[in-house]
Ligand binder design. Structure first.
Ligand code: MAN
Length: 547
């Protein structure tokens, strides 16, 4: 049987076609019948035609606006309403071509009855998927905003670090200069001269103090050890004594220990029941302190607390006494500013060279008789001063590097090409994501390195270091698509092939995770994954037209 639709001619079919068929909602008002006797104007205003000519399957307007619902005009467009889903625009050449366009789920691109209207089901399916995606985006965006907060805190921390390291550098530079001076002078000092300096009563007394301190520290440690052992014995007694024996000596010892160690009374109820309680007086606790713990001892201002003793004594005993001896000499020998002994300051300029020569001669003569140092046999103690200088130089270098790293990190934190204009990626710097594929575990440590680790033994391959975000020339730094790709390259070279590299393709997700891996070309890996850093806040204006 021949379908009745095919036997009807096209003009017969289009004759009954609605004049607004194929017109998008925004242009509907322009497709209304003109007043009787008037003509309809093409949308571009170039021509006037009878209203009957609209959607009559013959192209009259140069802009094709008279045929919104047929394929009569080339380069025109057709709008399908897709009620229950989202309207779509297709090229009008696809209208009435016998093929159901997937974009037009309502089938309006073909004659009635040719295509099924599937918009209700497709729309429902679409909304379900979209709602699920929105939920993920909403949750992800919250996590993303916590990443942004982190970046701001990190910025403050780094700024404070730059500030404190700058100040520390100034102090350490001075210290290096001071120690260099001491080291150089110590190295140029003869062993005999140094020995002479070490005979100074001040230095000898300092050495005695140091020995006494060392010995006291040793004895103190021994006492602490003994105190701990005694405490353990008394603890065992306190927890294990039998109140039934009514041994007052034991009870007094227990109560006394509780007071000394600031422990709560144990067995008070049992003692009371058996009338075995021991008063504070009986336990030898001073009257003014009976209800209190051991009172805090008030120390004179210049005395050290127990905590200070804990660390401070070691520091004191580590003092470089030779360097101190040199600084002491400097201090004693340099006259105070403005002193009458600053002879050079009182001399006319013309006499200064003669004075300097004479001074050097006297110093060298004093050196000969051992009163001040001269060049000669190098002191073995100079190595200590050199060591102190080396340590100070290393410490200065470390602080300088710390400052440089902090400055570099600050530059990247809110940079479009770094961690994003909002700093949303900073939180993930160094975070490692893993994917086990059975044979290998792929690891991507964000902004650092990617690896391929064999699960059953063998070499781990370096798949490359982070090199850039999406390098495509079609994508501008800062736009969302820019952050959807990360490139890691210059990994271990493949045998007879390129250096291993990774492209990590990411989309918004509530977790930072790797989802799949494919070796698209030999040693060129494409990984996919998700991250909340890609979940932009839901924008109400982004709702699309939906009927
Ligand atoms: C290793 C792995 C593979 C790679 C070959 C190339 O086995 O890195 O992914 O294809 O080397 O020789």
């Amino acid at each position: 049987m021949i379908p009745w639709l095919l036997v009807l001619s096209l003009p017969a079919l289009v004759a009954g076609l609605d004049k607004t068929h194929g017109v998008p909602a925004a242009l509907l008002s322009r497709y209304s019948a003109p007043k009787s006797g008037s003509l309809w104007k093409c949308l571009d205003g170039s021509k006037e035609i009878p209203w009957d000519f609209v959607n009559d399957d013959a192209c009259d307007c140069p802009d094709g606006s008279d045929e919104p619902g047929t394929s009569a005009c080339p380069n025109s467009t057709f709008y399908c309403k897709n009620e229950g889903h989202i309207g779509a625009t297709i090229p009008s050449s696809r209208v009435n071509d016998g093929l159901c366009e997937p974009q037009c789920c309502d089938g309006s691109d073909e004659r009635p009855g040719v295509c099924k209207n599937a918009c209700k089901e497709i729309g429902e399916e679409y909304r379900k998927k979209r709602d699920a995606e929105r939920k993920i985006q909403k949750t992800g965006a919250k996590i993303r905003s916590s990443y942004i907060t982190f970046a701001h805190k990190e910025k403050k921390r780094l700024e404070a670090l730059v500030e404190s390291t700058s100040q520390e550098i100034v102090v350490r530079e001075k210290e290096v200069a001071r120690l260099r001076d001491i080291a150089e002078r110590t190295e140029s000092l003869s062993a005999a001269a140094l020995e002479h300096k070490q005979q100074s009563p001040l230095y000898l007394s300092l050495m005695d103090h140091s020995s006494a301190l060392k010995s006291l520290q040793r004895e103190h440690k021994k006492h602490l050890e003994r105190e701990k052992q005694l405490g353990d014995i008394l603890d065992t007694l306190r927890k294990g004594y039998n109140p039934n024996y009514q041994d007052m000596a034991v009870l007094e010892a227990v109560r006394g220990w509780e007071y000394l160690a600031g422990l709560p009374h144990i067995g008070v109820e049992e003692d009371a029941q058996m009338d075995l309680s021991v008063s504070d007086e009986e336990a030898g606790i001073p009257e003014e302190e009976q209800d209190d713990k051991q009172p805090e001892e008030e120390l004179p201002e210049d005395e050290w607390t127990a905590e200070e003793l804990e660390t401070g004594v070691d520091e004191l005993l580590n003092t470089d006494y030779i360097s101190m001896l040199m600084s002491h000499d400097d201090h004693v020998m340099s006259p105070p500013v403005g002193s009458l002994f600053n002879v050079r300051a009182y001399l006319p300029d013309s006499m200064i060279p003669q004075y300097d020569d004479m001074r050097s001669a006297v110093i060298s003569w004093l050196g000969v008789i051992g009163i001040v140092g001269t060049d000669g046999e190098k002191s073995t103690d100079s190595s200590k001063a050199r060591q102190a200088l080396n340590d100070a130089e290393s410490a200065l270098k470390r602080v300088k590097n710390e400052k440089k790293d902090a400055e570099e990190a600050l530059e990247d934190i809110f940079s479009v090409e770094g961690f994003g204009a909002e700093g949303q990626w900073k939180k993930l710097d160094g975070t490692c994501l893993n994917l086990d594929t059975g044979e290998y575990t792929y690891e991507v440590c964000m902004f650092d390195q990617a690896r391929q680790k064999p699960n059953h033994g063998g070499t781990t391959f370096n798949l490359g270091k982070f090199s850039s975000w999406n390098p495509s020339p079609d994508v501008q730094p800062g736009e969302p698509a820019y952050y959807e790709r990360q490139v890691y390259n210059a990994g271990t070279r493949c045998w007879n092939g390129p250096e291993r590299s990774v492209v990590l393709v990411m989309k918004c997700g509530t977790e930072n995770a790797l989802l799949s891996v494919a070796e698209l070309e030999k040693c060129e890996y494409q990984l996919t994954g998700t991250s909340p850093a890609l979940c932009l806040p839901l924008d109400n204006g982004s709702e699309r037209e939906e009927l």
